[in-house]
Design a protein around this ligand. Sequence first.
Ligand code: HEM
Length: 465
Amino acid sequence: MVKGILLIAAGTVVAASLPSWLPRLVITARNRVLAAAGSEEDVTIPGPRIGADRLREVYAHPHAHGRGPGSKLSDLIWYLIHPVGHVHQEHMSSGPFHSELAGCTRGILAGSGLDVEDLARRCARRVLDGTDPASLRSVRLRDMAMEMTAEFFHELVFRTPCPPGARKLITANADDALGATKFTRLRHLDRRAALTAYLLERIRAGAISCALPTSLDDEHRALYLHGNVFGTGVAQLAEGLSHLLLALAHHLEIQQRMADEPADVAFYDRAINESLRMYPLFGISQRITTGPIDIGGETLPTGSVLVFDYEAYQRSGFEDPDRFDPDRWLTLSPKDATFIPFGVAGNRPCPARGLSTVFMRAVTAEVLPRFVLYSSAGHTRSMPNRAPCVLMPRTPALPRPTAALRLMRIRDDWENVIRSLTQFVLGCVIVADARSQKLCQRHHENPASDTRHPQPKRKTGTQHA
Ligand code: HEM
């Protein structure tokens, strides 16, 4: 009897303490799985061989520009973004085909004739106005942000407000890609195919307002738009915005200051920089060297896989790096700091840098005067919890929702336990499947016979690098 009681008590203690130790243990195991997606010879920077002080120099080196085959990580990336790897500008080596796609992306992002800030505000209002206030109280910021970015990119590309059905297709696709990338779910290729079909139908109907790659047929133009704009664009910008809003939900004084002074662009920009510093969207980025790189007395041979660790880099060189402090940027210049949220100027940085910060500023200035944001959920770079948050009307001032926040904390802790186990299992499945499919490697070995990524029917003689 006593033994039974002791056993139950011990079981209860272990179960109750699960949230404090199990997720950490599983994350360590999951990182091992991720490491298996790469190779032991990969050179991580900053790391034991090359420190943070040389990162920019290596990143911008003319021989650090290779992408695609030659790295196991490329197979995983192509698997995660399937079926758009072969028309995604970010994942191909430089050359005429990349230049053509990059030119189109720049054209779309320039939004010719559109006031991007005004568009961002309108899209934010559409989502905030169109949501039932009762259900708005408790939200996942990433889901809300994704509705806004779906609206935004739809109007940027089609010049018409996003119909509800299209919004669903776009958010389902971006959510699916992010879920697979974070190992919280397996891929749903049917969701991806539904978005491509919608884009193809719009292209054929002549509804696109921007120039698309002339060397591609319509099917591949739809895939190009899918990957570069409605995949990467919608997902990245939604994550960037939700990191900022979640950080503000945890820092009420900073939030209040921004709500009181929505026209203080400089302070908004400092808060955006600080959010991008602490929560860079890229955990890592990789390059394959196309020639030897001599650095700090050692030579990285041709074909080396360089893995740039954004999070480690952006935490190095800052005093108290875990403190969210926008005002640290009063005396620090982003270009002199260990800070590269949009990549490195000499090596194909993000073409959406300008647009992204305008969007984040405009939407935040739209959200904060309406709502006070509260959260007690965890905030990590990969944000697998999709940023739980309580939104309360800013006026009239209501009391802090203490009970809701307690409940959120408990739910987040337990979701974390279940999710970390899920991520471990799905991570093993995804990495193993990606390794066996070798999508990137196979495509480059024999593009003509690749039935999963058929060669674009080219109208010109440009070569897919
Ligand atoms: C806060 C938002 C964003 C952040 C922090 C971000 C970050 C980055 C970074 C770090 C890179 C360089 C990666 C590397 O060196 O390997 C990159 C590249 C890229 N980004 Fe973004 N991004 C954001 C939003 C967007 C959006 C909204 C779009 C598209 C609509 C976009 C499209 C791209 C593309 C196409 C590239 C590849 C450029 C090339 O290789 O030619 N990004 N982004």
